[in-house]
Structure formats: structure tokens, C-alpha cells
Ligand binder design. Structure first.
Ligand code: DQA
Length: 147
């Protein structure tokens, strides 16, 4: 099983970016942890980051056939991107949405997610562990729904 991990805009700044909100882990460290977890789970993980909505849409479209699931932190596109939601809906790729911060405990404009209705589920607010639980849940879902 091969899982695609997508990080959206500004997540390349993790570690330096508002550490009181997003923690001190860098994106490289998050990806390394996911790779170690993937080995434990006996799955393959490919991690990518982009600041560009269209690039994320392209990667989601191209994932069909190569990847069995998508773990995504869409960053600020969570709250704006019908295009990313449509790409996920259009491919039918099983998707788990993750956020480092608890988006529901923050500004009102972060409370709405375009991605949530097209995801299996969402994990928000557990810092780096959001990715850990997200990957575990996604792999379990994909194993249970393998065709
Ligand atoms: C985020 C939450 C978003 O509201 C924000 O724009 C981000 C990061 C998170 O992981 O907590 O860039 O997705």
C-alpha cells in the first residue's frame, strides 16, 4: 500500500513559523516520523509540500493508480479551496485531513473546512501527533476497504 502525504502552503516554514501555535517540529522531522511509522505499518509513504493550489490539485489527480490513500494538511487552503475538495471528490481517493492546531479553537474563519465533507475524517489539534494518528487511521481504513 502506498500513501500520498500532502502538505499545503507555509508548512515548509514549520519549526520557525508561530511555534506557539504549530510547535517546534520542522516539516523534515514530521516527514521522517511518518517514514518511520510507515516502516512499522509495512506501507510506503511519499511526502510532498507545495505553496500552490494548482500543484496540489495536479498531485491529487495524478495519485490515482499509484496511491491508495491521501493524508493531507491543506494549510490555509482548508478554508478556501473548493478546487482541492473537488479533486479529492473527483478521484475518490480515501482521504484523512490533518491539522497541527485545533482549527475550531482559533479564529472563526478557520472553523470551516472545504475538505472535511470529502474526507473520511479529520484530526485537528494534536500537533505532530495529528499526522501520526491520521496515518494510522488512513492505513487501517484502506486495509479494511481494500478491493
Ligand atoms: C493548519 C491550520 C490552518 O488554519 C493554517 O492556515 C495552516 C496550518 C494547521 O495545521 O493547524 O497553515 O492547517
Amino acid at each position: 500500500m502506498h500513501i500520498l502525504v500532502l502538505h499545503g502552503p507555509n508548512l515548509n516554514l514549520l519549526g520557525r513559523r508561530e511555534p506557539e501555535i504549530y510547535g517546534s517540529l520542522s516539516l523534515v522531522e514530521i516527514d521522517q516520523r511518518l517514514q518511520a511509522q510507515a516502516t512499522e505499518l509495512a506501507v510506503q509513504v511519499t511526502c510532498r509540500q507545495s505553496n500552490h493550489e494548482g500543484v496540489l490539485v495536479d498531485w491529487i489527480q495524478q495519485a490515482l493508480g499509484e496511491f491508495q490513500g491521501l493524508l493531507i494538511n491543506p494549510g490555509a487552503y482548508t478554508h478556501t479551496s473548493l478546487a482541492i475538495a473537488d479533486a479529492i471528490r473527483g478521484t475518490g481517493l480515501p482521504t484523512v485531513e490533518v491539522h497541527l492546531s485545533n482549527i475550531y479553537a482559533r479564529e472563526n474563519y478557520r472553523h470551516h473546512s472545504w475538505i472535511a465533507p470529502v474526507a473520511i475524517g479529520q484530526i485537528s489539534g494534536l500537533g505532530g501527533a495529528s499526522y501520526r494518528w491520521g496515518l494510522a487511521a488512513l492505513v487501517q481504513y484502506c486495509q479494511e476497504h481494500q478491493s
